[in-house]
Design a protein around this ligand. Structure first.
Ligand code: ADP
Ligand code: MG
Length: 380
């Protein structure tokens, strides 16, 4: 699903309150009953609330759902995007939105700008958009989730990513500087480099290979395994040839039950890539699990960041299912099919949709979000 920010400037203060009310109501209700939205919003005057409710549905920030027992609304990913962006705008972390630069398996990546015009990266986590239909195993676990629970998982992924990026950056690891996090979104430094997979000129492959293996060991010595250490998640600067590592929602502790397996897989990913792309095979067989010597405990320290052990377990359970899907990619499982899946969610919950803005482009260049919008200033 695309980020369509055109409506953000036209939302009134009341609209924002009603949108927030739908989000709050979603914590206990899969479908939030209309009277509850009105009650939570705390707005007097039914006509204003009703106008906002219908406005929000029209621009797709909420969706009307006909439940067996009552009618109501649920938050859409579009609505969650707006709430996160609004939080960033209020905190002056974001001023305008630019182009989409990446579509990950379960994320959308945009270049945005802060108030000073500096370009930064917005990563929007979108868990649950992989298509699970071809997967037999664990299908129930994955399929029986509703959109609210996917949003919750996406939020956990963003919290975790931000917490890990922060502790890694503070400890001198080559990762982007984390800047802010709200709901399912993370803001971080824009790295002026491309993923290793796309970099055409690697001057000294053995050197880079050694650097990357050393990095895997350095993570492990601090108690951490990246868990998805591959040519897509390592950005390499063409001039300096320095690697920067990204993408942290699946990081695990070296005390994790499957730690050795994840460690070996990270090592193997690099080996396989270098052999395929550069025909480079190192004389050094390592590193192996036995080379890991713990000298620090960032895996423990990160727990103090506000991302709790319980949350970590919830996310971990989900990510393990996804990892299993990854490995079966060859069988056509785990394909990204965002539109299909969004459709499916809509069908399952019998949604009456508002305007469908999906296939329209937000356009080139940066579009400003708030400055000329008096309503949003009032909110801030
Ligand atoms: P996913 O979890 O979906 O794989 P990633 O965090 O790996 O998402 O980002 C997907 C792509 O977006 C990356 O391969 C890279 O091209 C780009 N990207 C992500 N973060 C940055 C960043 N901080 N600077 C520059 N490019 C980035
Ligand atoms: Mg990635």
């Amino acid at each position: 699903m695309k980020l369509d920010t055109r409506a953000i400037r036209y939302l009134t203060g009341e609209d924002w309150r009603v949108l927030t009310a739908v989000e709050m109501g979603s914590k206990n209700h899969e479908v939030v009953p209309t009277p509850l939205i009105s009650q939570i919003s705390g707005l007097r005057g039914a006509s204003g609330v009703n106008r906002s409710i219908s406005n929000l549905a029209k621009v797709g920030l909420t969706a009307k759902v006909k439940n067996a027992k009552y009618d109501g609304y649920r938050l859409t990913y579009g609505g969650l995007d707006y709430l996160a962006l609004n939080a960033f705008i209020k905190r002056k972390s974001v001023y305008s939105i630019g182009n989409q630069v990446g579509v990950g398996k379960e994320s959308d990546i945009y270049v945005v700008a802060d108030e000073s015009g500096k370009q930064i990266i917005l990563k929007i986590h979108r868990l649950g958009r992989i298509s699970f239909r071809t997967v037999k195993a664990n299908r129930d676990y994955l399929r029986n989730r509703n959109s609210a629970s996917w949003m919750y998982m996406s939020r956990l992924a963003a919290m975790k990513e931000f917490a890990f990026m922060k502790i890694l950056k503070d400890n001198g690891f080559p990762v982007p500087t984390p800047l802010d996090q709200a709901r399912h979104c993370v803001l971080m430094e824009l790295i002026d480099s491309y993923p290793l997979r796309q970099v055409t000129s690697i001057a000294d492959p053995p050197r880079l290979y050694a650097d990357l293996m050393a990095l895997i060991l350095r993570f492990a010595s601090q108690g951490l395994i990246h868990g998805d250490f591959n040519e897509f998640n390592i950005l390499v600067n063409e001039e300096t040839q320095q690697p920067v590592v990204i993408d942290f929602p699946q990081m695990v502790s070296i005390d994790h039950a499957n730690a050795k397996e994840y460690f070996d897989r990270d090592v193997q990913c690099i080996k396989t890539f270098f052999e395929r792309k550069f025909k480079f095979v190192s004389d050094d067989e390592g590193p192996t699990w036995d080379d890991v010597k713990r000298t620090g405990k960032l895996d423990i320290e990160v727990e103090a960041s506000g991302f709790s052990k319980k949350q970590s377990k919830e996310l971990d359970k989900y990510l393990q299912q996804i990892t299993q899907l990854d490995e079966r990619k060859g069988d056509g499982a785990g394909d990204v099919s965002a539109d299909e899946d969004e459709d499916e969610i809509e069908r399952n919950s019998d949604v009456e949709d508002g305007d469908d803005n999906d296939d329209e482009d937000a356009g080139d260049g940066h579009s400003s979000l708030s400055k000329d919008n008096p309503e949003m200033k009032n909110e801030a």
